[in-house]
Design a protein. Structure first.
Length: 274
């Protein structure tokens, strides 16, 4: 009876030692390497960690967002990070790129209920139409979600990003297409609005147009529709109706052809647009 007991005891000791070795050499290092804090060991990820730590996704691990939720992908990532744990012990300056761009599947693992409207109720957000129907990547709109702030200083999608598709050709660009509480004011419907809008500009313009610093440039860098092929011969007639050359052209522009600043319909108080 002594020999079988001895064998059993030896087997138990060896099994316990093997289990302890796996825990100490695989499980614990693997767990440590899979934690977001581990990325602080890589200088190239310091900024990403800092922004993640203060974001609304601070409770989500790197792995849950940057790795597909299927078993194979999750296992492969865990195995890779286990290797990175030991490699880092030897190559302290190593700075690998171990995190891929989040996929729609990763986002959908938590965001099951695709939102249709913003919390404020003003902005329509038909996520299902964009993701399921059009097949857009979540990151295409939510590129400032966690690891950096937008130029406006936030993490919400930028209107300028929306306008890349909502340009009036690929998708509708009317205010009411996306906004429930914003529409073009009645003043914008006036026939002469494009002519007089500079005089009517107020601080309130930014409540709709402030989504980009250079929103005026989109129009003001294009040749006006009125400036057609015969503009040089017909512009006098237009100036007689309303002189606003100086709104775009600085003082010496007219002199190049006229030799002097034409006095026709000149308003000395009209300021140049710089």
């Amino acid at each position: 009876m002594t020999e079988p007991v001895s064998r059993k005891r030896t087997w138990l000791v060896r099994t316990a030692a093997a289990v302890a070795a796996v825990i100490l050499l695989v499980v614990v290092p693997g767990y440590i390497a899979s934690q977001p804090q581990f990325t602080q060991r890589y200088g190239n990820m310091a900024d990403e960690y800092a922004t993640w730590e203060t974001s609304v996704h601070a409770k989500a691990s790197c792995q849950s967002c940057h790795v597909d939720p299927d078993f194979t992908a999750q296992t492969a990532y865990s195995a890779r990070m286990l290797g990175e744990f030991y490699v880092k012990l030897v190559a302290r300056s190593r700075q690998p790129d171990v995190l891929a761009t989040p996929t729609n599947d990763a986002c959908s693992a938590c965001h099951i209920d695709l939102r249709t409207v913003s919390p404020s109720g003003d902005l329509l957000i038909p996520h299902r139409a964009h993701v399921d129907v059009l097949g857009l990547d979540c990151i295409a709109c939510h590129d400032f979600l966690v690891h950096e702030q937008s130029p406006e200083g936030g993490h919400a999608p930028r209107m300028v990003t929306c306008m890349e598709c909502h340009d009036g050709e690929q998708a509708k660009d009317a205010c009411t297409t996306c906004h429930t509480e914003k529409a073009a004011p009645e003043s914008h419907q006036a026939e002469e609005w494009l002519v007089v809008h500079a005089d009517a500009r107020t601080a309130e313009c930014d409540s709709c147009h402030g989504w980009t610093d250079d929103w005026c440039v989109e129009c003001h860098t294009r040749r006006p529709a009125s400036h057609g092929e015969r503009w040089r011969s017909t512009h006098r007639d237009q100036v007689e109706q309303r002189r606003n050359c100086e709104a775009c052209h600085e003082g010496d522009f007219c002199i190049r052809c006229h030799g002097v600043v034409p006095s026709l319909n000149l308003d000395p108080a009209l300021a140049l647009v710089e």
